[in-house]
Design a protein around this ligand. Sequence first.
Ligand code: 1GP
Length: 251
Amino acid sequence: MSVIDRMLEDKKKLHFTLIDPENQSPVEATELAGRCQDMGTDAIMVGGSTVKGGVMDEITRLIKKAVTVPVIIFPNNAEAITAYADYIFFMSLLNSRKSDYLIGEQVRGARKVEMYGIEPISLGYIVVSTGKKKTTVEEVADLYRIEPNDVEKVIDYALAAQYMGMECVYLEAGSGASKPVPGEMIEKVKRRIDIPLIIGGGIRDGETAKNLADAGADVIVTGTAAEENLEMVKEIIGGIHMSQLTPFIGK
Ligand code: 1GP
């Protein structure tokens, strides 16, 4: 059982805050992480699609000192692995054409994870292209494109992740996406897998967060909302809490 499962035993729905070291200074990022914790976020993820080596150490060390919720590395490559986190999403970008994102960076980083004693959370990462404008992850990852109505394709990827022994699936629209992953896709994928479903990208208000959690998202990730307006984070966490009261009847 992964830490995500354990956390979901306590709370039926979770909110994670993504801090991208490229978008703010370590001090600003630390303050933001603290404020999000005060608002009820359940974990801080640190990472981004274009993070270079070096910055992760300082930012993660400061955040770890400032918060009590788990700190999880969300790596774009092996350089992003730092000793200061509690956990790492040990992830494979399943619809990338690049072998580096599928297995190469994982091989490069495995020994660091062992040496630092960070707990890996194995994760199948699937990027859905929801808008016309490419998000950063779409720019860098050379994707087999998945459209918002390609539900069957996403089910295939999600089942493959589960059968390969991955502990959770992350359906991603990309940071700053104009639209999040559709609720209908979330509902259909959730019915077919037994591992937690994480949803992120383009979620900017409480109602959307509630709807996606109602559709079956176990964890909602937001990043841009905290950078733009902390009130939005409060609203989003409120929406997720409301959804905890609604039983998922899909399965
Ligand atoms: C990116 O899903 C996360 O991996 C967060 O996206 O910045 O759009 O909230 P946003």
